[in-house]
Design a protein around this ligand. Structure first.
Ligand code: GLC
Length: 589
């Protein structure tokens, strides 16, 4: 991470210090995105105030107790299971997130009143999560990435879009849901999307969503302003491709949970979705339905060889397409867009289910591939040389189990396991039920490697030696079995739990949750763990990392009440054709 520009005085949003006006350019010629000069409640989003500041929007909801259901889920039943609620976060002075306050008892009391004397994990987690809440003009709009008083804030004092997803889900899933913070977050980030985004002299696409934002307080004008990063300040200057997709997924989760369709149906929200989708569905030189990406454009936001067609983005892309398809209205070009979405989903799911899938028999097929096959009859379509299969895959691949590999592009298959992509493939039903079962089998068969002592490995295996040098560019933060390079991330627990429940294997998640509970609170809720089995707290890991806390809460709330899964998962779409995985005709052994 690194967020070093001079408009970031490393004071939290609540700092009563004079905020500098963001400069257009810093000394190095990097252009930062600045808030438009007009007032926040400007014409560009007139309805925003009405959306975010009125309690009436949620007051009308009838309250209903949650019911438990057994999986598999169905859309029809899901409607009646979701909660409507009357609870909302109470606006309070912007005191949260101030690092100086970290050790003080909780000072913000929400609708579900927490008692600081409670010592259970859950209470402690809620307390920490609530402390990380960021306020803007008196409204909760997100959560800080981390609240570690012992480390330099860097950009961990910002609200990251991807990091907020588990926080938002936690507030949606709690027994008395608190959807207001989610709604405010969605509206605020949509507003940020509308800014002009420039890096040097280059203007980014209209639909790009920020990686993160922060609130600055100008004491002279008595005004709070937002500042956002669209990748222009991030390590490697890469735009976050995942942000827009997560935004759509969270909008659908909010709608599913609250049954408040007025938000997603607002013309501004509809436009925001269309802008995101236009970035991905436009015609170009593509020969694949997958999305071409730069390294570092997702959770793994540093050079790690995830350029090309990384599974995390492809699975998220598919999930966002499905979520948007449910929320888009036919008016104003929506119908035409829905048709494009349908076509893309069919092509994308075929491509990923066929070419990214690896199990024992498919590995055997690839091992025996012929190369240099021309014309449409080619079986080895991407001309992958079997010599390029790394040795470890042969040992790693069990007879029972399979997974979507990390990346597929011409003459290149990245055989590494990536947890996020595989779990999202299950949640979105990109994985067929058979594939979902095989992924669960793999987790069981390779427990030591993929779960270890501290869940969960972000990817496997680590890049070492020469490979580490050429693939990461000698990144000292991503040394073997650390951080993005085979490190273990507790946040991933929520994704694993959701995927396990959806595939009917909750016991796998339960085991992982128990492992996390043995250490995470004692260790101060670290961002990540290092080592082959995740035994050591990460060498540069933040403590009190918000998504480690929220991820645990979401996992717990789903395992205790599986109906919470309906907020985030999508059931199988029968209209999307399944590919037939047949044995290769170029089988030569
Ligand atoms: C690190 C992670 C990134 C996360 C950010 C804030 O940069 O790689 O995924 O969003 O920290 O927690």
């Amino acid at each position: 991470m690194g967020f070093n520009h001079r408009i970031s005085p490393e004071k939290s949003h609540c700092s009563p210090e004079k905020a500098e006006n963001p400069p257009e350019n810093d000394e190095n010629g990097v252009t930062f995105t600045i808030e438009p000069s007009q007032d926040e409640a400007s014409d560009s989003f007139e309805s925003e105030k009405a959306l975010v500041s009125t309690a009436e929007n949620v007051d009308g909801f009838p309250t209903k107790p949650k019911k438990s259901v057994t999986m598999p889920i169905s859309e029809e039943t899901s409607e009646s299971l979701c909660i409507k609620n009357t609870a909302m976060l109470k606006p309070s002075p912007s005191v949260h997130g101030n690092l100086e306050n970290i050790s003080s008892p909780r000072d913000w009391i929400n609708g579900s009143l927490m008692n600081s004397e409670h010592t259970s994990f859950l209470d402690e987690a809620w307390e920490n999560l609530n402390k990380s809440v960021v306020f803007y003009k008196g409204m909760p709009v997100g959560t800080l990435a981390a609240l570690d008083p012992s480390a330099e804030a860097l950009n961990y004092n910002q609200v990251f879009v991807r990091d907020f997803v588990p926080s938002g889900l936690a507030y949606l899933m709690k027994q008395v849901p608190e959807p207001e913070i989610v709604k405010n977050f969605l509206v605020k980030t949509l507003h940020l999307q509308g800014w002009e985004k420039r890096i040097d002299n280059f203007t980014l696409g209209e639909g790009v969503m920020p990686a993160s934002f922060k609130v600055l307080y100008d004491s002279q004008r008595g005004k709070e302003t937002l500042i956002a990063d669209f990748g222009g300040s991030a390590i490697g200057r890469v735009a976050p491709v995942d942000s827009g997709f997560w935004w759509i997924v969270l909008l659908r989760a909010y709608t599913k949970c609250t049954r408040d369709h007025t938000l997603s149906e607002m013309p501004e929200m509809q436009r925001g979705m269309k802008l995101i989708l236009n970035l991905c569905l436009s015609d170009g030189f593509n020969t694949f339905p997958t999305l071409l990406c730069a390294d570092g454009c997702c959770m793994v936001d540093r050079r790690m060889g995830v350029y090309g067609y990384p599974i995390e983005i492809q699975a998220l892309f598919f999930m966002a397409l499905r979520c948007a398809r449910q929320m888009l209205k036919p008016e104003c070009g929506g119908k035409e867009l829905m048709e494009r979405i349908d076509k893309r989903m069919t092509a994308l799911s075929y491509h990923i289910r066929t070419y990214f899938w690896l199990d024992h028999s498919q590995l055997n097929n690839i091992y025996c591939y012929r190369t240099e096959e021309y014309s449409h009859t080619a079986v080895n379509k991407f001309n992958v040389n079997p010599e390029s299969i790394p040795d470890w895959v042969f040992d790693f691949m069990p007879l029972r189990g399979g997974y979507f590999i990390g990346n597929v592009s011409p003459a290149r298959m990245d055989f590494r396991w990536f947890l996020v992509g595989n779990c999202i493939a299950i949640l979105s039903s990109l994985a067929t039920p058979e594939q979902a079962t095989a992924i669960m089998d793999l987790l069981e068969e390779r427990w030591e490697d993929l779960i270890g002592e501290m869940p969960l490995k972000i990817d496997y295996p680590a890049l070492e030696g020469h490979q580490w040098r050429i693939v990461t560019g000698c990144d000292p933060k991503n040394t073997r079995w650390s951080y993005h390079n085979g490190g273990s991330w507790p946040v991933l627990l929520w994704l694993l739990t959701a995927a396990c429940i959806k595939s009917g294997r909750p016991q796998i998640a339960k085991r992982a949750i128990e492992l996390v509970e043995q250490r995470i609170s004692k260790d101060g809720w670290p961002e990540y763990y290092d080592g082959k089995t995740g035994r050591y707290i990460g060498k540069q890991a933040r403590k009190f990392q918000t998504w480690s806390i929220a991820g645990y809460l979401v996992a717990k709330m789903m395992i205790e009440n599986p109906s919470n899964l309906l907020i985030i998962a999508l059931e199988e779409d029968k209209k999307i054709a399944k590919p037939k995985l047949t044995r290769s005709v170029s089988w030569t052994c």
